[in-house]
Ligand binder design. Structure first.
Ligand SMILES: [Zn+2]
Ligand SMILES: [Zn+2]
Length: 127
């Protein structure tokens, strides 16, 4: 296998095995034993997104990546934690058929709010 292909595969493997939506920096950390240059990681991740192999999640604290595509995300405005949100596929299908959008390729849906554990320890009166 070509070196590029091997590196690409290694990056995919790391993303497949991480369930905490790493940023590109965290991804570089996770790959530091693999001897892949940072520029290669950045370039490969970009390609993986445009090839629709991984997903890009835009949050207030930066861009995160996810290998799985069967869910959406909730972003906690206090602790920056990202939680997976599973929605009934019908909801999305209805939403799309109600709209006039003909060629939707990706849906970047991020709910923003306060997570349960932050809500529990809140001292700001957020309910
Ligand atoms: Zn939180
Ligand atoms: Zn996710």
């Amino acid at each position: 296998m070509e070196r590029n292909t091997i590196q690409r595969q290694e990056i995919i493997e790391v993303l497949k095995n991480s369930y905490n939506h790493p940023t590109i920096k965290e991804l570089c950390d996770l790959l530091k034993d693999k001897n892949i240059g940072q520029a290669t990681i950045y370039r490969t991740v970009k390609t993986l997104v445009s090839d629709d192999i991984i997903r890009r999640i835009e949050c207030l604290d930066g861009i995160h990546y996810d290998y799985r595509k069967d869910h959406y995300h909730f972003y906690c405005l206090k602790c920056n934690k990202i939680t997976d949100v599973f929605l009934d596929k019908n909801i999305i299908d209805n939403m799309l058929s109600d709209s006039n959008l003909k060629d939707v390729r990706h849906i970047n849906l991020v709910f923003e709010g306060i997570c349960d554990s932050c809500k529990g320890k809140s001292s700001y009166g957020i309910k």
